[in-house]
Design a protein around this ligand. Structure first.
Ligand code: SF4
Length: 387
């Protein structure tokens, strides 16, 4: 089976002579069926799942810190727990997670424990979906199509797997690699007809779509966090101040009368500036989204390359148009997500959700990776010095 990340649909046709209007996700579905994939799903589904878990985690932190009404850790007899760390950082970008672990380890505890949409998809595919289909999860080979090179590293992280069936995601292909496969299969792109994703893991909301643009994760999370706190939906565009490709954005939003200070950074130099400012106490936030690539995943390292042209802005706009036209704008209203919780996960942050959908960022080190040694240039240079 294969999952297609949100950003891939904004770019896969660029080097095949297709216009953005023609190169839809549904035509990519058609190309993948011709190649022989059996089940074609949408990472938008698991982006919604990430929002359910990450949004709930954020709301729990606010409650535990007494910033919004609700049960605190003391109420439930957990008074010895560590105080909550703010800001909470998003953790769906493995380039960013790796940057924090290697350069700013003091902030690892601020990362959300929610896995990325890619990793959540793999875990759910080899547990919930395997159950639905009545198949041994070991017989599922799970492939991702991502705009990203760091996702290849992510699926090899030793403790990332939750389904107890080998690797949750077996292989990651980039957008460029899939374009090469389309050519190699002699598929005529301009003749492709639109075909539907398979269900139920092929259903995604507009909130899931915008994950691929900088600010999209924050906006999607706030849409559902607002619902989780107040029980009503906000205007889906209420948090659009975090849109745009500016490297470091700030905004303040009120949820149930509580002001929340948020920031969004894209590109690791902006992330570094933000972390340094946090360390010096120059800024204070409740929630921060960081994407390693300029413009977010739409500008990812696995996307088609056009010399001296940066496409992130145009591609991001495609995702916002898809969100606006999606009949479902909230992750918590995705019917496939609702069923998945009702029939399998029970509720966000449940024991099973923790087993499958959350991870321990302290549970692995760069040296654990099979290629980690090559990356430890600091050690290499100190060895060379000794000789
Ligand atoms: Fe990958 Fe870049 Fe997206 Fe991070 S921002 S997940 S490195 S494509």
């Amino acid at each position: 089976m294969v999952q297609i990340a949100p950003s891939v649909r904004t770019a896969w046709g660029e080097n095949l002579g297709l216009s953005p209007e023609f190169a839809t996700a549904k035509r990519l579905v058609s190309a993948l069926r011709k190649m022989g994939f059996n089940y074609i799903f949408d990472t938008d589904f698991s982006a919604d799942l990430t929002i359910m878990e990450e949004g709930s985690e954020f709301v729990e932190k606010l409650k535990n810190a007494g910033l919004i009404p609700g049960k605190t850790k003391e109420d439930v007899g957990d008074g010895n727990s560590e105080p909550e760390k703010f800001p909470m950082f998003t953790s769906c970008c493995p380039g960013w997670v790796r940057f924090v672990k290697s350069r700013y380890p003091e902030f690892v505890g601020n990362l959300s424990t929610a896995k990325s949409p890619q990793a959540m998809f793999g875990a759910i595919a080899k547990s919930y979906y395997a159950d639905l289909m009545g198949v041994d999860p070991n017989r599922i080979f799970c492939i991702s199509i991502m705009p990203c090179l760091a996702k290849k590293h992510e699926c090899d992280i030793p403790n990332i797997n939750g389904a107890d069936a080998g690797k949750d995601v077996d292989v990651v292909l980039t957008t460029r690699e899939v374009v090469r496969m389309i050519r190699a299969e002699n598929i005529i792109p301009s003749a492709l007809k639109e075909e539907e994703f398979d269900v139920p893991l092929g259903v995604g909301s507009g909130a899931g779509e915008i994950f691929g643009a900088t600010g999209g994760v924050m906006e999607a999370a706030l849409r559902s966090a607002y619902f989780l706190v107040t029980g009503t939906n906000p205007d889906p565009d209420a948090f659009k101040d975090v849109r745009g490709i500016k490297g470091w954005k700030e905004a303040t939003f009120e949820i149930a009368g509580v002001p929340l200070h948020v920031a969004v950074a894209n590109g690791l130099s902006n992330a570094r500036d933000l972390l340094e400012a946090l360390k010096k106490g120059e800024v204070k936030y409740d929630f921060v989204e960081v994407m390693a690539c300029p413009g977010g995943c739409v500008g990812g390292g696995g996307q088609p390359i056009h010399d001296r042209t940066e496409m992130a802005k145009e591609r991001g706009q495609i995702l916002y148009d898809l969100d606006r036209n999606n009949p479902i704008r909230f992750s918590h209203e995705n019917p496939s997500i609702i069923k998945c919780y009702e029939n399998y996960l029970q509720r966000p942050l449940s024991h099973r959700a923790h087993q499958l959908l959350h991870t321990d960022h302290n549970g692995w080190s760069l040296q654990d990776l099979k290629y980690g040694a090559e990356l430890r240039t600091d050690e290499k240079s100190s060895l060379t010095d000794k000789h």
